[in-house]
Design a protein around this ligand. Structure first.
Ligand code: SAM
Length: 146
């Protein structure tokens, strides 16, 4: 947790060259093609919220979750500055006790791979609680071998 707290401090600086518009555009089109009736997104490990904000600007109803308070504070500030309406929740993705709903899409870009096996099991149980038949889970993670 501490490493992520420090990470959040530098996050926007580290990723200032990342093309979030292109990433959001890809996600937007992918889901619209695959599940045209989808409206709601849960972004697990949303960091400082750039994907949440970019997708909300494209008309999605988005909830972002991260366990680093500093990241969520920054996300809320950025959403206010851009005039975007999105919900941000400070929570561990293995618990998600403050999150409810049947999301059409659960998005995870770079969070799942940081969990250990037991945490992944809790995460997946919550995934079941927060989705419905036909929901989509889109995860971007690194696979380590060896
Ligand atoms: C690589 S960053 C990705 C941030 C964001 N998805 C993006 O693409 O800009 C991973 C994020 O996952 C969060 N994270 C890691 N483990 C978590 C956990 N157990 N619960 C909630 N957030 C977690 C970290 O705080 C960090 O913000």
């Amino acid at each position: 947790m501490k490493k992520f707290d420090e990470y959040a401090y530098y996050y926007d600086l580290l990723y200032e060259d990342k093309d979030y518009q292109a990433e959001a555009s890809y996600i937007d089109q992918l889901i619209k093609n695959y599940n045209p009736r989808a409206r709601t997104i849960l972004d697990l490990g949303c960091g400082t919220g750039t994907n949440v904000i970019t997708l909300a600007q494209r008309g999605w109803q988005v909830v972002g979750v991260d366990f680093v308070k500093r990241a969520i504070q920054s996300a809320r500030r950025k959403a206010d500055q851009t005039g975007v309406s999105a919900e941000f929740v400070v929570s561990d993705v293995t618990r998600l006790e403050k999150v409810d709903g049947d999301f059409d899409l659960v998005l995870d870009i770079g969070c799942f791979h940081s969990l250990d096996t037991r945490e992944r099991e809790s995460y997946l149980q919550n995934l079941e609680r927060l989705t419905k038949p036909g929901s989509t889970f889109l995860v971007y993670c690194s696979i380590y071998s060896g």
